[in-house]
Design a protein around this ligand. Structure first.
Ligand code: HEC
Length: 112
């Protein structure tokens, strides 16, 4: 009987880690940003849907604030803000901070 319980636990652990990886996806900002680039552009200078500002070169704190605003927003399934909420809701604080630094630097690289 004991062996079944152990097998069960191992199965849970295996599935658990697969699932966790699926949700967090990459922790590398340049990898995460590939998804953002579809709307914001590779260099972060697109005006997404004619609404956003250029995100490249914004202050890290501003970017973190914007991203968390979208992440925490409760606009249900309607509205353009939902588009952004879907992009960032799976990111944790660490990923958001790293991503914000990456985007902020996109601007700097371009300028000099
Ligand atoms: C499907 C298109 C789309 C994708 C993909 C997308 N965004 Fe956006 N983003 C938008 C739109 C549209 C807005 C403007 C929302 C508004 O003002 O209501 C926006 C706004 C923003 C803003 C605020 C910019 C400002 O100052 O006006 C930030 C920061 C941002 N996005 C970051 C990201 C990040 C980081 C990702 C990737 C994780 C991402 N976006 C992916 C469409 C997208």
């Amino acid at each position: 009987m004991k062996i079944y319980r152990i097998l069960l636990i191992i199965t849970f652990l295996l599935f658990g880690s697969l699932f966790a990886r699926e949700i967090t996806r990459s922790t590398v900002p340049s990898e995460i940003y590939k998804g953002c680039a579809k709307c914001h552009g590779k260099d972060g200078r697109n005006i997404a849907y004619g609404r956003s500002d250029e995100i490249a070169g914004q202050d890290v704190e501003d970017l973190v604030e914007s991203i968390n605003f979208f992440k925490d927003s409760q606009f249900g399934s309607r509205g353009i803000i939902h588009v952004m909420a879907n992009q960032v809701k799976h990111l944790n604080d660490e990923q958001i901070e790293a991503l914000a630094k990456y985007i902020s630097n996109l601007g700097k690289k371009k300028d000099d």
